[in-house]
Ligand binder design. Structure first.
Ligand code: TYD
Ligand code: MG
Length: 459
């Protein structure tokens, strides 16, 4: 018999190589290949072998009656909002985020709410002892909630406890696994935390969820350097992927659905981390605005949209002229650096401004992360204002997408954004051409970026 070959699995993306390489050929990460046991796979044999007999599957039409998935509202409105209206029975959910961001706190609170409402909730921690989790719950004022706790890392033990193989056993409504990187399955070899272990453990837990109707929540740490198997490899196995974001040094946390088989991915849940755990922020529109006094150069306000809710954010830019010929730095926090380079290039090519000898820093205040291209014009306004040292008026919001031609493009839901801005006391707005008037806000239309530069520099 042929000697089983060993294989090398990238711990960042899960791709398999037959020999060790310093760099993964698929995701280009360095030093991520780890030797793992051989795979027993002959799936890719040349021909379909149907001799063994297969069963025909019944195919149904799209129009056949289907029941909506049964949801359990957690009672934490911001959490329910982010996942599309409550936890779906029998679904698998992955909650990812940096270590220390508050994943355990959030899920303990969600679990306690559900348990208090009469559902069975099991919280398995592979990182902390049951005592530690209990102490935390007491600190959060949740000591009385009937959550069942355990400290365990063996998937087999956990599933046995849940009665996965017993017929009459009553499975819990919610099972929280904190975290999937600490779990190990004895079906395959390898240390906990390796890609194959994480994947195998998750596979068993997800299967349990589907079979028994328990909603399973897997917590996954995301590490920037990819040295621990990230939950990336799990994203396609679960129904819902949530990311819990925020800056550790800031109070605010955002729960965002990256993928949701049972709902949209455009709503977010906003929380504030306080002494007694996470509290909900039902009206986040003014959350990320810093205290605004006299207008300073280099800042502008953009009315972002999160699902159906507007969130006003302050964009800050700093332009520092360099004396020497060193390559200037460009850094962006909370905004795509490729997009920053594009806005700078359009400002140079179409408006005659020069950033070539200047360092450029861009920051979205409050630890907020912007992905909306509608913020282009606000970014450009902050940059031009920083370069020219002339402030954008303090009562003004800016929105518009910038095309490579320098043209300013319309933005979706401009009316909704402007209404919220008016509510928060903004009195004017710089907008693309063709935006409908909104009560209480004076509009200045800009057809192209050059007009914006003239508006700021010429004032
Ligand atoms: P935690 O839920 O343990 O994070 P994760 O599971 O994502 O690693 O929360 C970590 C941080 O939250 C911790 O550093 C302190 C802070 N925190 C508070 O500010 N208030 C609280 O009530 C709790 C429980 C934690
Ligand atoms: Mg934790």
């Amino acid at each position: 018999m042929a000697k089983p070959k060993s294989r090398y699995v990238c711990q960042a993306c899960g791709s398999v190589a037959s020999r060790w390489q310093g760099q993964c050929a698929d995701c280009s990460e360095w030093n991520t290949l780890v030797q793992e046991g051989a795979a027993v796979s002959s799936i890719f044999a040349a021909k379909h072998n149907l001799q063994g007999g297969g069963r025909s599957i019944a195919l149904v039409g799209l129009d056949s009656p289907a029941a909506l998935p049964e949801r359990i509202a957690s009672g934490i409105a911001e959490f329910d909002r982010a996942i599309g209206g409550g936890i779906v029975r029998g679904s698998a959910m992955l909650v990812g985020g940096d270590p220390g961001i508050g994943k355990s706190t959030l899920l303990l609170q969600v679990g306690a709410h559900l348990a208090a409402a009469g559902h069975t909730v099991v919280y398995v921690s592979g990182e902390e002892s049951a005592e530690q989790v209990r102490l935390r719950a007491v600190r959060l004022g949740l000591g009385q909630a009937p959550v069942r706790l355990a400290a365990a890392t063996s998937v087999r033990d956990i599933l046995t406890t849940m009665g996965a193989n017993e017929q009459g056993a009553e499975p819990p409504a919610l099972l929280v696994i904190d975290s999937i990187q600490t779990m190990h399955s004895d079906l395959i070899e390898g240390a906990p935390g390796t890609v194959s272990q994480v994947r195998a453990s998750a596979q068993e837990l997800v299967r349990f969820a589907k079979e028994r109707g328990t909603a399973v929540v897997l917590v996954g740490h995301v590490t920037k350097d990819g040295s621990i198997a990230g939950p990336r490899v799990l994203e396609h196995m679960v129904d819902t992927v949530l990311s819990f974001e925020g800056e550790r040094s800031h109070q605010y946390r955002i729960l965002r659905a990256m993928k949701n088989r049972f709902g949209g991915t455009d709503e977010i849940g906003v929380f504030a981390m306080e002494g007694a755990g996470l509290s909900e922020v039902p009206n986040p529109s003014a959350l990320f605005l810093t205290q605004r006094g006299e207008p300073v150069s280099g800042t502008s306000v953009f009315p972002a949209l999160e699902g159906s809710r507007p969130v006003l954010v302050e964009i800050q830019a700093l332009v520092v002229r360099l004396a020497s010929g060193a390559t200037p730095r460009r850094a962006a926090v909370g905004w795509d650096s490729g997009r920053l380079a594009m806005v700078l290039a359009v400002l140079e090519a179409r408006c005659g401004l020069s950033f070539a000898t200047a360092e450029v820093y861009l920051n979205v205040a409050g630890g907020y992360r912007l992905t909306d291209p509608g913020a282009d014009l606000a970014v450009a306004a902050a940059l031009v204002s920083a370069l020219s040292e002339r402030p954008v008026p303090g009562d003004c919001v800016v929105l518009g997408e910038i095309a490579l031609s320098g043209e300013v493009r319309p933005v979706a839901h401009a009316g909704l954004r402007l209404k919220e801005s008016a509510k928060l006391g903004f009195e004017s707005a710089w907008v693309p051409a063709g935006v409908k008037c909104v009560d209480g806000i004076k509009l200045a239309e800009f057809a192209n970026l050059r007009a914006l530069v003239e508006q700021i520099v010429g004032r």
